[in-house]
Design a protein. Structure first.
Length: 311
């Protein structure tokens, strides 16, 4: 099995590369290192069946035959994807286009990492794949939201009109070891703030909800989808729903931190609720998450303890 993973030095991408390499696949990891990091794949670089390629998917993908192609290239946290929103939109559209063209050329199976952000600030709860979403097309988050939506459009059209063997996953909040300290997402923010004794910053009143899926469960869902014959989008996430205030309390308890909580203004278009309906994943992939939040947070906290200077 020969695999290409775009965005493979990122948080989720590096976990996927590790799983594929340890499973015996020959893996080419393509990343421009905007949010990905070489340290995520340092150990893999010593493996004979792993190759790193520093290349932006906006420019090109390697013109080599692959059995499986995973397209994970795109900054995924608001601070990173809003840093250069034009490039974010280009990454989603041109990255999808380039991997689809490659898959069509060689008859590869190709995977698009989409996102729960395609549902926007949802008016249906929990969110099934049949829900079309409530997205502001001209908001500050739309470079990412709409970029991922058009990538899904390309994937479905290449499948329907050109016979390309496509897969689409909609990823809900994922966390775990390997997250960046400056990731900008709520789990890494809270853990780093708690360990450093800084104020825990909650945007809004803390009553907005999220569902948190451990990265090992997320990657397991990816592989089950790739091994299936399912072409329609599939939610991969943990349906256990928590308020942001609940998450802060868990992090403070698990870190034994005395940090105070600071409430700040809610950013524009920030979703108030988010919870996946995973009926499709259960029925079609026989997949469900295994790691509960406290167990996953404990391991993630230990990871951040090992990389943070909290003295």
């Amino acid at each position: 099995m020969k695999c290409l993973v775009t965005g493979g030095a990122g948080f989720i991408g590096s976990h996927l590369c590790k799983k594929l390499v340890l499973g015996g696949a020959d893996v080419v990891c393509q990343d421009n290192l905007f949010t990905g990091r070489m340290e995520n794949v340092d150990r893999l670089n010593k493996k004979a069946n792993f190759t790193f390629l520093n290349l932006d998917v906006v420019e090109a993908v390697p013109q080599v035959e692959f059995d499986w192609i995973f397209n994970l290239a795109c900054p995924a946290s608001p601070p990173h994807y809003q840093y250069d929103p034009v490039h974010t939109a280009e990454t989603s559209f041109l990255g999808a286009l380039h991997v689809l063209q490659l898959a069509q050329k060689y008859g590869s199976r190709v995977f698009q990492a989409s996102t729960s952000e395609v549902y926007g600030d949802p008016e249906v709860h929990p969110q099934p794949e049949t829900y079309w979403g409530n997205v502001n097309p001209v908001g500050v988050r739309s470079c990412y939201d709409e970029g991922k939506r058009v990538a899904e459009t390309l994937f479905m059209d290449y499948h329907r009109s050109r016979g390309v063997d496509t897969r689409i996953v909609r990823i809900f909040n994922t966390y775990g070891p390997g997250m960046r300290q400056d990731d900008g997402r709520v789990v890494s923010n809270f853990i780093c703030q708690a360990l450093k004794g800084e104020k825990i910053t909650i945007y809004g009143d803390g009553h907005q909800t999220r569902s948190f899926c451990h990265v090992e469960d997320t990657v397991d869902g990816f592989l089950k989808l790739m091994q299936s014959e399912v072409h329609i989008p599939v939610n991969i996430g943990n349906p256990a729903e928590f308020t942001i205030a609940d998450l802060a309390a868990k992090v403070l308890r698990l870190t034994n931190s005395k940090s105070a909580v600071d409430f700040l203004a809610l950013p524009m278009d920030d979703p108030k609720i988010r919870k996946p309906d995973i009926s499709r994943a259960r029925e079609l992939l026989n997949w469900k998450p295994k790691v509960n939040l406290e167990e996953g947070l404990s391991g993630t906290i230990e990871y951040f303890k090992s990389v943070l200077d909290c003295s």
